[in-house]
Design a protein around this ligand. Sequence first.
Ligand code: FES
Length: 153
Amino acid sequence: MPDEALKLTQKLPTEFDRRAFFTKIGTIVFSYEYLSPNVLYEPSAIVNAGKPENFALNSVTMDVNSGIYLVRADEGYFALNAVCTHLGCLTAWNQDLGIIACPCHGSKFTRTGEKIEGPAPKPLPWLKTWVSDEGDLMVDRSSDIPPLQYLRI
Ligand code: FES
């Protein structure tokens, strides 16, 4: 057998082994991706805001992680959804002006969530609040309540 042909026959099994190896690896990776659950884990709708006494009287506190405002007013405590009712931007409390403002298209709200101006079609929703057995202020982000239902502690 000529040297060139001998080299070619010695090379073939190596090429085949490499191809088979990568085929098996590809099959394993594909199988793992296909069989592993495709689940989106969302944070709980229930927020523990901590002790009520941590909130100063007439304060508006934003919890950026949960997208809510905790307000302590003379009438009691309440929580607002901080997501703008226009297109879903996160609003911000402006302490100097005493309003909640949306940075996206200029909607403005009072601290009780009523719309002052801008394209937002609805006020900011009030959220269900209560005090846990441990004395913590709790908020359910998934439960809207009618406005002006203050939590009195
Ligand atoms: S998203 Fe807030 S005004 Fe448009």
